[in-house]
Write a protein that binds this ligand. Structure first.
Ligand SMILES: CC(C)CCC[C@@H](C)CCC[C@@H](C)CCC[C@@H](C)CCOC[C@@H](COP(=O)(O)OP(=O)(O)OC[C@H]1O[C@@H](n2ccc(N)nc2=O)[C@H](O)[C@@H]1O)OCC[C@H](C)CCC[C@H](C)CCC[C@H](C)CCCC(C)C
Ligand code: LIP
Ligand code: MG
Ligand code: MG
Length: 188
């Protein structure tokens, strides 16, 4: 859904990418460590820290690709590493949310399963030659919803963050359904 913003984002990030002539894989590997900071924030009921750390982790996830493209250092391994690190970041963030008690363990397990399955379906579809960047809750949307939920919980009451997490689980499973239907249509 937010993929259409990528060209604009690339244009915005090019000045930064120009001055960051490093191996993009370094940026990719840092991103999940910032997600650990987000998990620390959620586990310790520091919702604002959790929100900002997700934003920073996501920012690095955007920067790694921008650096790779700008300096012609895109690689198949980099693409593989990017997606793999995202799965670590996704799980780490939800583990912090579970430890913080913002959802019970069962909802937390569903949150991790639904988020990772959204991306797994896309990866499996791509291995069959089907582009599957479809659905309402792609990763950027999931991260933004989590950030908004954390802000709402911070400025009002934590229970509203819990409600947002439940909504996010529902949206993620809807996205899994959308992607399965998309692949079924593409391959039938
Ligand atoms: C906290 C501050 C101190 C720092 C933050 C600075 C601020 C200015 C914040 C700006 C944030 C914003 C720009 C980014 C936020 C995105 C985040 C919410 C979600 C992350 O989405 C993932 C993102 C990246 O997806 P990919 O990894 O797939 O894309 P790329 O890495 O570009 O390409 C992969 C591709 O590159 C090659 N490659 C990669 C790595 C590597 N090592 N080697 C490689 O070769 C290879 O080919 C790979 O295949 O998804 C992007 C989707 C979309 C375009 C993002 C749109 C975000 C939109 C701008 C939303 C605005 C965010 C808003 C500021 C949030 C406000 C929320 C509020 C509640 C706080
Ligand atoms: O949008 P989504 O399919 O849930 O998740 C995406 C992965 O499928 C993709 O491999 C990765 O590079 C993106 O950063 C994002 O994590
Ligand atoms: Mg990236
Ligand atoms: Mg990524």
């Amino acid at each position: 859904m937010l993929e259409s913003l990528r060209p604009l984002l690339t244009k915005i990030l090019n000045p930064l990418a120009r001055n960051l002539n490093i191996n993009p894989n370094i940026v990719t590997v840092i991103s999940p460590f910032i997600a650990i900071l987000a998990a620390y924030g959620f586990a310790n009921h520091l919702l604002l820290l959790g929100c900002v750390a997700i934003l920073l982790s996501g920012f690095l996830d955007v920067v790694d690709g921008a650096v790779a493209r700008y300096h012609n250092r895109s690689s198949k391994f980099g693409a593989f590493l990017d997606s793999t690190m995202d799965r670590f970041a996704d799980a780490i963030i939800y583990i912090g949310i579970i430890f913080g008690g913002y959802c019970d363990w069962f909802i937390g397990v569903l949150a991790i399963h639904s988020a990772i399955t959204v991306s797994y379906v896309r990866a499996r579809a791509e291995s069959q030659g089907v582009d599957c960047s479809v659905g309402i809750a792609e990763r950027a949307v999931r991260m933004i919803i989590l950030m908004v939920g954390a802000l709402i919980g911070h400025f009002t009451q934590p229970i509203y963050f819990t409600y947002v997490i439940i909504i996010l689980v529902i949206l993620s499973y809807i996205t899994v359904g959308q992607r399965i239907y998309h692949v079924w249509k593409a391959l039938k």
